[in-house]
Design a protein around this ligand. Structure first.
Ligand code: MN
Length: 245
């Protein structure tokens, strides 16, 4: 059976109308890796998350706006961006439901931050002011531009999926992991020490990356699609994080 992958979506105003969907690069990356994507709009009530996981083989948490710091007990920073309470509620609910059901989770950018918050961690709300340094994580550059390196823990889920312990990544994120949640391991770091990849220390397959591997879904020379292949493979086999491949 082809694994069915739920992709958390967003709602955006375009030309005065409201659209529910997701950046098509996530959809294309799941298809390229052999999965069937199913977009999950954030307007779904959080109570639908657990029943929905019965229809899914894996959950992909896509990128998007800042998380509400109230979700991890912090007061809003003056430079906090736009927050989307409905999306926070649904994302956190489906993370919990997917973990409880043993489904693999791939978490990208905001998705990685949401996993960290769902499991009890905290975030930097505005990296440039709270954590100034040499490495810029957001800017006006194209999404395809690889702007900083990431050093990966050899043998980690993401390193194995990419087939390398070191890669240059694109970077378009305003927030980042501050305190890592219990049950997660940091397996990738930017040169400034910021966490760029995570995995679960036990339980179902889980990988989080702070960059955007989906951008390179159509580039066969890029290692990034390997993350989607490993995820869809885990979704298709029910393998967990402890299984070597
Ligand atoms: Mn970055």
């Amino acid at each position: 059976m082809t694994p069915v992958i739920g992709i958390t979506g967003l709602v955006r105003e375009v030309g005065g109308r409201s659209f529910a969907g997701v950046n098509a690069a996530y959809v294309a990356a799941v298809i390229a890796a052999g999965g069937v994507p199913l977009i999950l709009p954030p307007s779904l009530p959080p109570t639908t998350a657990a029943p929905l996981t019965k229809m899914l083989d894996g959950v992909l948490l896509s990128g998007g706006a800042d998380l509400d710091p109230g979700r991890y007990g912090a007061a809003p920073h003056p430079k906090l961006g736009v927050v989307e309470p409905d999306r926070d509620a649904f994302d956190l609910a489906i993370i919990g439901a997917a973990r409880a059901r043993g489904l693999p989770l791939l978490a990208i950018c905001r998705g990685m931050q949401a996993v960290n918050v769902a499991l009890g961690g905290t975030l930097w709300q505005d990296l440039p002011s709270e954590r100034p340094g040499d490495v810029l994580h957001d800017g006006e550059w194209p999404r395809t531009q690889r702007v900083h390196p990431v050093a990966l823990t050899p043998g980690s889920v993401v390193a194995r999926a990419l087939g390398t312990d070191r890669c240059a990544v694109n970077s378009v994120h305003h927030q980042g992991v501050r305190t890592l949640a219990p049950g997660l391991a940091a397996t990738g770091h930017a040169p400034d020490g910021l966490i760029e990849a995570i995995e679960a220390t036990d339980g179902p397959w889980l990988a989080g990356v702070q960059w955007h591997p989906e951008t390179f879904h159509a580039d066969p020379s890029a290692p990034d699609l390997g993350i989607f292949r490993a995820f869809v493979r885990a979704a298709g086999s029910g393998e967990d994080g402890a299984v070597d491949d």
